[in-house]
Design a protein. Structure first.
Length: 320
């Protein structure tokens, strides 16, 4: 049982225990960015304190497995904390968005020009949502020839490397210069589609954390091995925003009797869907788009209460 502190801005993965707000680790255990003393498996009773005001821009999903589990009497707790001398800072953010810089863009002169492209990592198979200054945009359905101010983006997985194309009406200024912050959700063979994947993990509590930028589920709770418990999960007072499909997915793959004792309480679950996106993205018209989706494999003791759930096309809360 140990207490850890994490601060992306002031921490270092080379810091050693005892940890404190002024002697924090930088990266989160279970992310590919974690090195040194941050690359560990949390143990029952451990408390992970994440600094308010910090943003972790992770390149792959935050993976939790049975090696990171707590127990019924000693859960692993992940929670926000105030930095020394600071109050009123926003919740710590765990962010899976792909974020573009002005230097990422190359001018594309075909199809009338005024289009720019950015290369995405090899293996990227899907881009579900693109945002200009956090406002979702509608895609051009079949190619760069359809891009305009109303349908300004197109993803092509067939190029090598895969490319995201943006129409911004300019031959000299990049999308970052004309649209501000540009980011997308994406799936690849390496980075996954979930901000947090609780895969065969049990007895873990997340409180007062913001999760955003998933290409599919922001938080995926499920087991993938016969006889492995992935219950005892608490998600409380969290902000779950900008999901590609579903906010919280409870989806056991096998051994359905082993999923239970779940508490989903007082969260803000908001897809941040924009009227700009009202047509052209078929995913948000399917039953995969729910704020909270509970499959038939949940065994017992599921509590969902006091949540704000908005912006999902199929159902805000679906119980299968």
């Amino acid at each position: 049982m140990a207490v850890y502190y994490f601060d992306f801005d002031t921490g270092s993965d080379s810091n050693v225990a005892p940890y404190s707000p002024t002697n924090a680790l930088q990266n989160l255990p279970g992310t590919t960015e974690a090195t040194g003393n941050a690359a560990f498996n949390p143990q029952p009773g451990d408390v992970l304190n994440l600094a308010r005001g910090s943003v972790w821009e992770i390149s792959e999903q935050w993976l939790w497995t049975s090696s990171d589990s707590g127990t019924s009497g000693s859960p692993v707790i992940v929670q926000a904390h105030d930095r020394d001398g600071e109050t009123g800072q926003p919740k710590p953010i765990v962010d899976l968005f792909t974020i573009f810089q002005s230097s990422d863009w190359t001018y594309f002169s075909a199809d009338g020009g005024r289009i720019w492209y950015a290369d995405l990592p090899a293996g990227t198979t899907t881009v579900r949502r693109v945002f200009f200054d956090y406002v979702g945009q509608k895609p051009g359905a079949t190619g760069t020839g359809q891009l305009n101010a109303t349908t300004p983006w197109y993803f092509n997985s067939a190029t090598s490397p895969p490319r995201l194309y943006i129409f911004n009406g300019s031959t000299s200024q990049t999308p970052n210069q004309t649209e501000g912050d540009v980011r997308c959700t994406r799936h690849s063979t390496s980075n996954g589609e979930f901000v947090v994947w609780l895969r065969n993990a049990a007895y873990i509590s997340f409180e007062n954390i913001t999760f955003r930028g998933s290409n599919q589920y922001s938080i995926n709770i499920g087991n993938s091995a016969l006889g492995v418990n992935c219950g005892g999960i608490t998600i409380k007072n969290c902000d779950i925003h900008y999901s590609g499909r579903t906010g919280i997915q409870m989806d056991p793959q096998v051994a359905q009797d082993y999923v239970g004792q779940l508490l989903i309480e007082s969260n803000d679950i908001d897809s941040k869907w924009s009227t700009n996106e009202n047509t052209g993205v078929s995913d948000f018209a399917t039953n995969n788009n729910n704020g909270i989706n509970v499959t038939s494999g949940i065994n017992n003791n599921l509590t969902i209460r006091y949540n704000r759930v908005v912006g999902f096309a199929h159902t805000n809360i679906q119980l299968n």
